[in-house]
Design a protein around this ligand. Structure first.
Ligand SMILES: Nc1ncnc2c1ncn2[C@@H]1O[C@H](COP(=O)(O)OP(=O)(O)OP(=O)(O)O)[C@@H](O)[C@H]1O
Ligand SMILES: [Mg+2]
Length: 250
């Protein structure tokens, strides 16, 4: 089925965790998923991104039905068209930070329009600068902080210029000011055209998103539409989200 949405999820069911979930994402949308611990937020990202296989239901990335693809096809789609920042970060301990960030680009860089090593390096370093981790290129992943590693994961996920970024608690390991900074960068990446679907427990983080869906008992119990954030409106948006969450006994 052709669709104008960047992501379309229809009647997605996974065991007892997700029960007939449906939602769409418009191109360039930034959508937050909230809900209690154990409500299935991570499971939703795994099943939508094709890393896990739903029991039933359909998922489209733009015009491609992910749920019809083979494992190999899904892996290729993830490499070329999705960015993924998950709780289990899967960075390689025997590589330095820069080489970890470069890895998906090297994997994807085959065929006719191969980019030079310099070009890939430049992109990785530009992303590292954007995310505030310049200078850490040669560190092992065991030699950086949790927050720095999380920023590196965002860099890695953006290497192949994905249409959509899936992020599970991208600011989870960060204190308030670092979370704010990383969020600022995610908002910028979103403004540059990458759709973002992120799980977060942080109402301030969620308040920067265009829309929030709330997962409860395997379903989207309610949603809040905020629209694109504009400078100066942060406090007002935060209050709106806080009130909304309070009404649900958050
Ligand atoms: N591989 C698995 N096999 C069986 N049950 C699982 C598996 N992974 C998660 N679950 C269960 O599914 C439910 C949803 O888990 P999930 O990790 O999606 O929750 P979550 O909303 O991301 O929670 P949190 O906010 O704590 O990260 C939980 O009850 C969890 O124990
Ligand atoms: Mg989770």
């Amino acid at each position: 089925m052709a669709t104008k949405n960047v992501l379309r999820v229809e009647n997605l069911t996974k065991g007892r965790i997700l029960n007939q979930i449906s939602f769409d994402m418009k191109p360039g949308e930034m959508l937050a998923v909230m809900g209690p611990s154990g409500s299935g937020k991570s499971t939703l990202l795994y099943n939508v991104s094709g890393m896990d296989r739903p029991a039933s239901g359909q998922v489209w990335l733009s015009d491609v039905e992910i749920t019809k693809l083979s494992e190999d096809e899904k892996a290729r789609l993830r490499l070329h068209r999705m960015g993924i920042v998950f709780q289990q970060m899967n960075m390689l301990t025997n590589l330095n930070l820069l080489d970890n960030i470069l890895l998906p680009a090297i994997q994807a860089n085959r065929g006719r329009d191969r980019k030079s090593k310099e070009e890939l390096n430049l992109r990785a370093r530009t992303l590292m600068e954007k995310l505030g981790i310049t200078g850490l290129e040669n560190r092992r992943i065991t030699q950086v902080s949790g927050g720095q590693l999380q920023r590196a994961c965002i860099c890695r996920s953006m290497m192949n210029e994905p249409e959509i970024l899936f992020a599970d608690e991208p600011t989870g390991a960060l204190n308030k000011s670092a979370a704010g900074e990383v969020m600022e960068e995610l908002v910028k990446l979103n403004r540059e055209g990458t759709a973002i679907l992120m799980v977060t427990h942080d109402s301030r983080v969620a308040s920067r998103c265009d829309r929030i869906i709330y997962l409860l008992d395997g379903q989207i119990s309610t949603q809040l539409t905020l629209g694109k954030s504009t400078a100066g409106a942060e406090k007002q948006r935060e209050e709106k989200v806080a009130t909304w969450l309070m009404e649900m006994g958050w």
